[in-house]
Structures are given as C-alpha cells and as structure tokens.
Ligand binder design. Sequence first.
Ligand code: URP
Ligand code: ZN
Ligand code: ZN
Length: 476
Amino acid sequence: MTRFDTLIKNGRIITAADSYDADIGIKDGRIVALGQGLEGADEVIDAQGLWVMPGGIDAHCHLDQPLGDGAVMADDFLTGTRSAACGGTTTVIPFAAQQKGQSLRAAVEDYHRRSEGKALVDYAFHMIVTDPTETVLKEELPALIQEGYSSFKIYLTYDDLKLNDREVLEVLAMARREGGMVMVHAENADCIAYLTELLESQGKTAPYFHSEAHSAIAEREATHRAISLAELIDVPILIVHVSGPEAIEQIRWAQGRGLRVYGETCPQYLMLTAEDLDQEGFEGAKCVCSPPPRDPKAQEAVWQALENGVFQVFSSDHAPFRYDDPQGKKLHGEDAAFHHVPNGIPGLETRLAILFSEGVVKQRIDATRFVALTATNPAKIYGLYPRKGTIAIGSDADLTLWDSEAKMTVRNEALHHAVDYTPYEGLELTGRPMLTLCRGRVVSRGGEPMVDAGHGRFLKCDKPQPARPRGSAKGF
Ligand code: URP
Ligand code: ZN
Ligand code: ZN
C-alpha cells in the first residue's frame, strides 16, 4: 500500500465542479489518492471543519517589472510571492514586459534573472508586447509560445505601451497562427489624452480626476474595438481588469454571439469607488489605478457578471507602488497632477479573502464558482490545467485550507508585501486561509510564511484550450 508523504484528513473538498468530504493523499508533491479513511503518512493534517480548495492562481499581477520612468515596483518575486502564499495563492503569473525597441526574448531572459531563486510559490510568465516588429511576430513570439510562454498582454493606451489597430491585428493574427492567448488592456488612449488636457486646463489635477479622465466610455469603446478586431481575425481574447457595466455589456454581447471573449475583474472594482480617490491631500493617489474604480452601480454590475458567468477570471492586478516614496506614488511629488501618479494598487494577499467573504459568505457566488474564478479557469485559460487549478489525482498538491467562519480585519502591518499601505485597511472579513500547501509543502500557516525563497518553481504554460465562455453555446 502507498505510504503518503502527507495526508489531509476530514476536510470538505471543493473544486470548480463539486464539493464532498474526503481525505487527500500526497506523494512527491502530487495528489495520488482521494478517498475516505485513507491511512499511512509521514505527516497527517487534520482538516476537520475546514474547506479544502485548490490553491489560488493569481493570473494578473506585476512584480519587479522594469518601468523606465523612474518608478520602482515595491514587490519583487520574494516579497510578492510571500504575500501571495500568506493569502492562499500558490501560483502567480506576472509579466515579462518588452520595452519599445527591446527584443521580447531579452525581456523574458531578464525576467528569469529577476525571479530566479526568489519565489515562495510557483510562477509562470505572461509577456507584454509593446513593439510587434517583424522579428517579434515571425520569430520571437512563435518560438516563445512553443517554449511555454503562451499568453501576452497588449495595451490600447499608455504612450509607452500602446499598439495601434493595425499592430493589434498583426498580433492577433500571430496568436491565431501560433495558439497564444491575448490579454487586452482596453481603454481608448485619445479619449484619455483629450480629457486629461481638458481637466488640466481647468486646474483639475488632484488624484480624483484620474477617474474622470479614464472615463467608462473610453473603456467601453476600446473593449468593443478589441472584440471587433478579434472577431475579424477569429481568435480568442481576454479583456483584463474590467471595471463596470459599459465594458461588461460589450463582453456579454460578444459572448452571446458565440465569440471566445473572456473577461477578468479584480477586487478594487468590487470594494472601491471613485470616491476613494477623493481624499484629503494626496491620499487619493493610493487608489489611482487603470481603469479606475467607478461607483456603487458599477460594483453591482461587476458582482452580477461574476455570478452569471460573463467573467471567468478574478485576479488582483497587484501593481505595487509605495505611497510615501519618491520612486512610488510620489514620483513627481505630493502635488503631482493625477496623470503623473504611477498607476496601480496592491492586492495579492487580500484577493482571495475579499472574494470569499464578500462573495461566498454573503452568498453572491457559491464556493464552486469561487474556485472556478480564482483557480480553475485561470489554469485552463493559461495552459496550466490540470497540473494546477484543481484537486484531482495527478495534480500538484496546491491546496488552501479555509476556515469559513474565522474573522479577520485587514491591516497593512499584518500583510507581507513591501507596500506601505493597503486600500482595504480596516476592512472586516469572514473566512481565512489557515494553511496553504504548494506541491505538498506547507508555504503558509495562519497567514504567516512557512517556507524560504526558492521553493517556487517556474512553470511552462501549454497552449491554452479554454472552453467557450458561458454566454456562448457551451462552456464555463
Ligand atoms: O493601474 C494599473 N492597472 N496598473 C497596472 C498595469 C496594468 O495596466 O494592468
Ligand atoms: Zn492593464
Ligand atoms: Zn495589470
């Protein structure tokens, strides 16, 4: 009879499909047995009263990303993955970003140097394509997709990142030929530039006005355009960090027509509004991110899209900048106009607990949908399934044991990122990840790290073969 390295006994297993009571036998970092009354292990973990879920996959976070404008991200692979582990996440997918004029392969190699030996949990790379030259499209990307970097993000805004429509079409055509997954940051650059200039000419430069410059209409237009370009090429795309009903409507419309258009949203669009940018002094800069959080009606629309299957993925978009720091939010000083404030907010460690508390405990989504959004669907969409994202024989033993009744109050001093604030300070939550295992090894216990840098391994991603979104004929 197999002797297990670890046995997790008496827990309630929850996957994207089922929930049932069973023990889990782990050997060499993988799940080798699921059953009742399993015996014989070096270590036994009693999960009585706990929910055993797949470890979270944070499929959109930014760690140690070179930026080129003097701003520096607060989290590298060590602090970022430590924070992830303590929040119940066992795989992160940050971005190897190409600078304009740089080879994409050089960006990937640089990102390997930045991550080597530092991670506590497993990690894969998306790429960011900012300069789709012929070499990038015909040589680098096809080879990189084959080698396990099968997804990449493109931007329709930000001067140093954005692609024009012709470039987007070329990138999408390459993705269709080679089988890559394209993530789109959908905001209309010219609308934002026009509104920014107008607001500035009226002296409206405080952080709050970021939310007016990044209008929901600009997000809707770019979302519709991305969908149309993808339809023209006949290739799947995923619209990232969707903030409200305008963009949701476009995605739902596309899904209803049978298009493979996927959607992602993030905690900030459930928990924050534009009012959070309207604070004393420069404090609103803490919540400057793009697209910006909107209003309570938008929050409600985002909840509905999580419930009804328009969204497949729930990520943090952790983009960590320290507040009180000349390389962070105060890069251009405390009086800087909103468009000079580095965009992004932290959220790796709080992502799961927020959706669990606000979604599962408050009965907006059930626990299986929580698992689908936070682990199974991202694993499928980005080519990591079934190794990651589920509890099944042969899958990596990436597991998070939840106490569904434990109370916690979010305090930045208790988080493990290197950012000097959390936008969720004081938020009271129900449900806590008590123990997290990555490939069978306990990486956090009671919200504290239990493993050293270097446990996390790089993951090659297969070419994604996701089901059609739920709005289409069949799928998630
Ligand atoms: O404001 C944000 N979202 N910053 C991170 C970069 C991005 O566009 O996702
Ligand atoms: Zn983005
Ligand atoms: Zn992002």
